[in-house]
Design a protein around this ligand. Structure first.
Ligand SMILES: *Cc1c(COP(=O)(O)O)cnc(C)c1O
Ligand SMILES: [Zn+2]
Length: 419
């Protein structure tokens, strides 16, 4: 662990554990409720950054090594993750009706999603512990990123995915050489099976929800937002993030809070969590302080198709602490946002486009004001799910090799654009 880690605190009972412990979850609360949070001694981080300023470090997420629960000596030098670009989409901001729309394009990570942040940290942590095999259950991106980073590091990867995972993600998994189990049933079944298999076979469990180290990896997105925005007009009023298990939003919020405490930014944005209308248990929990008894709907956005979120408490706490809120969006609204964002040059998978769809809903409801500045985190690349993308944008114009056919096709394209 980094020498700046001060303690691990249970999010349910508040019990504190020393950083040297090997616990993944609070022994008193058990593996379902006893999610731990890693806390840092920020005074130590501050003096380390004074001695070796961030500005002189490489532009990737390892630049925040003091804020990662890793031995600094174990951090790879030739393995860049993160420092994804923040794009200022002025025309899209006008279409949506906000003062500024920034988009942080996490699809530009090594395996094309934000999950690379967590998986890279998880793989380094697994190596520190002497593991040779690392496992995860995932709706897709956590698995593909784990498989990619395990392959880079020479670890074996055991992957449990729901059988309906998108084809490009399955291809990535197999290409990276992982052992891939396509489980009959939803993500929740894959999750339980993976946890049981880790117990039985002694594999390192990468599942973000119960492994607090992984949330620290996702945190680097929030650290970057603070550092990148500090240099371009300051912190946005809102940060919009889609929510499945709840680790991403909790991690990003934690990163922003730590950067605020470190004096990198002078205020905190409000957090807008976005769920799929058919699968919105965290939105329910924000209001009722518990999960719904049952979730029966579904969504095409596999990254957030999580009926039993493991980290809802961290997510709800993060949204509340920021004075933010949550909204949910239909699959149609996600696909419309996917197509609309694409016309402005960014290609997101449905679970990522959900963040932009959520901003639109929040504007319509008066939650986000017309002059406010918004940053939407695009959590994964559109190339992850081209079937959904084609549903959003339709088919190419089929023609013979004939110039008149081009003229006729052009007319129909322009007509369709005007509608
Ligand atoms: C995993 C994922 C999310 C949600 O992250 P959680 O930590 O499960 O809340 C959102 N979008 C994409 C593309 C993802 O892969
Ligand atoms: Zn506890």
């Amino acid at each position: 662990m980094s020498s700046c880690v001060s303690e691990l605190v249970c999010v349910s009972c508040g019990e504190s554990y020393p950083p040297t412990g090997r616990e993944m979850t609070c022994p008193a609360c058990g593996p379902d409720d006893g999610i731990l949070e890693i806390c840092f001694d920020l005074d130590r981080v501050r003096s380390a950054w004074r001695a070796d300023p961030l500005t002189s470090r490489p532009l990737n997420h390892w630049r925040y090594r003091e804020l990662l629960p890793l031995d600094p000596a174990a951090i790879p030098q030739s393995w860049p993750v993160g420092w994804t670009p923040v794009l200022d989409l002025a025309r899209l901001a006008r279409e949506i009706g906000v003062g500024q729309l920034l988009v942080k394009d996490e699809g530009r990570n090594p395996t094309a999603s934000l999950k690379d942040r967590a998986s890279s940290v998880g793989v380094v942590h697994a190596i520190e512990r002497g593991a040779t095999t690392i496992a995860t259950a995932s709706t897709g991106n956590a698995a593909t990123s784990l498989a990619g980073h395990a392959a880079l590091a020479g670890l074996a990867a055991m992957i449990f995915v729901p059988r309906n995972a998108a084809a490009p993600k399955l291809a990535q998994l197999l290409v990276y050489g992982a052992c891939v189990f396509a489980v009959a049933g939803p993500y929740d079944d894959a999750y339980r099976l993976c946890s049981a298999a880790c117990e039985r076979f002694g594999w390192y469990n990468r599942n973000c929800a119960i492994n607090p180290v992984l949330v620290e990896g996702k945190k680097t997105c929030g650290l970057e937002i603070a550092e990148q925005c500090a240099g371009r007009g300051g912190v946005p009023d809102w940060v919009a993030v889609s929510v499945g298990d709840g680790c991403t939003i909790a991690g990003i919020a934690k990163g922003l809070v730590e950067m605020h405490a470190l004096g990198m930014i002078d205020r905190l944005p409000r957090i807008l969590g976005v769920q799929a209308a058919g699968v919105a248990p965290v939105e329910y929990a924000l209001e009722h302080d518990e999960l719904p008894k049952e979730v029966t709907g579904t969504t095409i956005a596999d990254g957030i198709n999580v009926a039993v979120p493991r980290n809802w408490r961290k997510a709800v706490n993060a949204v509340r602490a920021s004075e933010g809120t949550m909204v949910s969006v239909s699959d149609e609204q996600m696909l419309a946002a996917l197509a609309q964002a694409g016309r402005h040059g960014v290609f997101a998978e449905p679970a990522a486009a959900a963040a932009i769809a959520g901003v639109k809903v929040a504007v319509d409801r008066g939650i986000i004001g017309a002059s406010e500045r918004v940053l939407a985190v695009l959590t994964g690349s559109g190339l992850k799910d081209t079937v959904s993308a084609m549903r959003a944008v339709g088919q190419p114009i089929q023609i013979e090799a004939d110039l008149d056919a081009v003229a006729a096709g052009l007319k129909s394209f322009q007509r369709a654009r005007q509608n």
